[in-house]
Design a protein around this ligand. Sequence first.
Ligand SMILES: NC(=O)c1ccc[n+]([C@@H]2O[C@H](COP(=O)([O-])OP(=O)(O)OC[C@H]3O[C@@H](n4cnc5c(N)ncnc54)[C@H](OP(=O)(O)O)[C@@H]3O)[C@@H](O)[C@H]2O)c1
Length: 344
Amino acid sequence: MKAAVMNEFGDADVLTYEDLETPKPRAGHVLVKVLAAGVNRLDHYLREGSVTRDIPLPHVLGADAAGEVAELGEGVSGLETGQRVIVVPGFPLDEADYDIRPALTAPSFALPGLHIRGTYAQYIEAPARFVVADDTGLPPEQVATLPVVLATSVHALKQVGGVKAGDKVLVQAGASGSGSMQIQVAKALGAEVATTVRDAAKADFAKSLGADLVINTRKEDPVARVKDWTGGQGADVVIDNLGGEVLAQSIDAAKAQGVIVAYGFAAGPEVRFDIRSLFFTKKQLRGTMASDPEDLEWGLEQVRAGHIRPLLDRSLPLREAAEAHRLIAAGRVKGNLVLLPWAA
Ligand SMILES: NC(=O)c1ccc[n+]([C@@H]2O[C@H](COP(=O)([O-])OP(=O)(O)OC[C@H]3O[C@@H](n4cnc5c(N)ncnc54)[C@H](OP(=O)(O)O)[C@@H]3O)[C@@H](O)[C@H]2O)c1
């Protein structure tokens, strides 16, 4: 099979288009023909080697796959060859761990593209238990934008943030791949949403997703705007995709006893804040990582109901994986990018 292979850590050019042996599905597993593979910022960090270098090379990146069942391993029932499916973005490898929640805490938890070979390939093997029917009715290139951002956003807002109807939520970086999904998830949960962007085009994009308040942080003070929007209180929940110098603002924009969910570090991994801004007001800073199969299930129900839509920026042939990574590194993506393993 063809795959975008990483033989070393480095810039986007380390991704090369090569032949790899097609996996054979083990008992209880299925072979999925990948019709479209989503690209996430995590893939870019992994390729750089800035998350971990503890990855055996050569490696295949990618956690998102929309495809169809190509072959069933021994003992698999409930799935058929040719059936459209989505691979759950992260699952335990050991059957004894399948029911552990959060799934991330299972000793054998693996994220495709990090712990095991990923989806930037024509085929991927996965446990049948973590391959779900794709009944969204959407084309694979749209579906492939969903799994990671949808499931992790549901996990961050619903499970970690405890967002409920009527809450006022601030999403930092509302035009990012994750922020654009979090606006939609928060709205689907019945919350009101404020979000931040840094230019007018991204403001329009965030508005089109249903954000109630869009703050251009190059022109306005986000903390003052959120305080104003909440009658002086602050947001019930803040989703921080940025870290860096932005996390202190996220803490200040939350109400007393509010929750700040640390989801990402697009503005940098090192943060500085005055600890008194957190504990004098009993605010809670909570981390989130990955998701459970139930988060994907809930998210897909919202997609089917038309409450959440995939946000495909563009799709590229798999052989152009390096170009996809250059676009991500340059911040030139609104929503998500997808690679097509079978395109010429
Ligand atoms: N916790 C989890 O389970 C999980 C899951 C997926 C992703 N993540 C993490 O979430 C983060 C975002 O990922 P993504 O895929 O959404 O990224 P993305 O689509 O590449 O977007 C990054 C965003 O960050 C903004 N940004 C960068 N530096 C900034 C700064 N100094 N101030 C304000 N905005 C800044 C960019 O805004 P401009 O366009 O204005 O530059 C852009 O909107 C990453 O750290 C990723 O690893 C976490």
